[in-house]
Design a protein around this ligand. Structure first.
Ligand code: PLP
Length: 375
């Protein structure tokens, strides 16, 4: 049998960087500033220059990034924050952790992202339930930016804060603007499998408003004031390690080329994969970071067949996500959009993600397409 094809090939990326990551880590070992060392500040400036956000506040992980935003905006009990039901749990978890109420909204099957129509109906549900609508967390699922123009219009209409959960989309763009500048706050994750990943946990909040950035910088270090032992509010310990920052600085230099390659692979898949599979569409005004390439099977049985074929051919795959959040036992009690969350349920039964990492070879792409041939 041919060698297995993994979802992710971090070894190939490390080899391509030719010892630069090892050298960067070695420099941190030498200077010893493991917490808030110079690489952390340098990375924040480089990320800001890359995406165009005025301020970048790195933190311990992408979930904390969302929690920090909720804290910075004083979102808490009695407040409603609208989140898609078809996403990773962290999006809703950050809201619930603050004692606020996540309200689940359906997604569009074409983009996997939050449905604007469903969002508007969910606002009424929250008001009827006596909650104060405060914000929307749009998720750029699988790397594709959500429809920020339409979302912004709804947020203005109802006075809502717009937060982008860009854990999967750092490096993507919408109307030629990079993710990081599309919402009031953008959060991202540097978990190893994300488009820009480190060698452990990491995250960041991207924001233009200087006062918000100041609050976030205080919150990530125990609510510090002028010094560490001056505590002006209740915060967290949520800093990005210097070693992780040093790794990210090296990887950032190849992110654009990696995203170009992911786009090429997505094109190849769209051309070659079986006609009967739903494929993610390209949108004229959006460029995906392609964290995942996710097809939609016509039925749950076809998905089962495809997973068996892929396993036989040694191709790794993922099912993101097998259960929408409004059906999870930890989250079932929270409200959902009145028209239901039909697409979220349907997608959870039919989606299948296949390898799209930038070091995938053309012959591997052909092998994956062959193993998924339904004709
Ligand atoms: C990965 C992810 C997160 C959380 O990031 P962590 O760094 O793992 O905490 C949040 N939202 C989405 C959509 C994600 O994919």
């Amino acid at each position: 049998m041919d060698a297995p094809i993994p979802m992710l090939d971090l070894a190939a990326q490390r080899a391509r960087l030719g010892g630069r990551i090892e050298a960067a880590i070695a420099r941190v070992l030498e200077h010893g500033a493991f917490i808030m060392g110079p690489e952390v500040m340098a990375l924040e400036e480089e990320l800001s220059a890359y995406c165009g956000a005025q301020h970048v506040v790195t933190c311990a992980n992408g979930t904390d990034a969302l929690v920090l935003v909720m804290m910075a905006e004083n979102i808490g009990p009695g407040d409603a924050v609208f989140v898609p039901s078809f996403t990773f749990v962290a999006t809703a978890e950050a809201v619930a952790l603050r004692g606020a109420t996540p309200v689940f909204v359906d997604v569009e099957a074409e983009t996997f992202n939050i449905s604007v129509a469903s969002l508007e109906s969910a606002v009424k549900v929250a008001v009827d339930a006596g909650l104060q609508p405060r914000g929307v967390i749009a998720v750029d699922l699988f790397g594709l930016p959500a429809d920020y123009d339409s979302l912004r219009a709804i947020c203005i209409k109802y006075g809502l804060l717009l937060v982008a959960d860009a854990a999967q989309s750092f490096g993507a763009s919408y109307n030629n603007r990079r993710v990081g500048t599309l919402a009031d706050y953008t959060t991202t994750s540097f978990f190893p499998s994300k488009p820009l990943g480190c060698y452990g946990d990491g995250g960041a909040v991207l924001v233009d408003d200087p006062a918000s950035a100041g609050r976030l910088r205080s919150l990530r270090v125990h609510g510090k004031g002028v010094g560490k032992y001056d505590n002006i509010c209740v915060g967290l310990n949520s800093r990005l390690d210097t070693i992780q920052a040093s790794v990210l600085r090296e990887k950032l230099t190849v992110l654009d080329e990696e995203i170009d390659r992911r786009n090429q692979i997505a094109d190849a898949y769209r051309e070659s994969l079986s006609e009967s599979l739903g494929k993610p569409q390209t949108m004229i005004n959006r460029r995906s970071a392609w964290a995942q390439f996710t097809v939609i099977s016509p039925t749950i049985e076809v998905r089962q067949l495809l997973t068996e074929r892929l396993a036989t051919h040694g191709v790794e795959f993922g099912i993101y996500y097998p259960k929408p959040l409004h059906l999870q036992s930890g989250y079932r009690t929270f409200p959902t959009a009145p028209d239901g969350t039909l697409q979220s349920v349907q997608l959870s039964q039919t989606v299948l993600s296949i390898p799209i990492h930038p070091y995938l070879q053309n012959d591997q792409i052909r092998r994956i397409c062959r193993s998924m041939d339904l004709s």
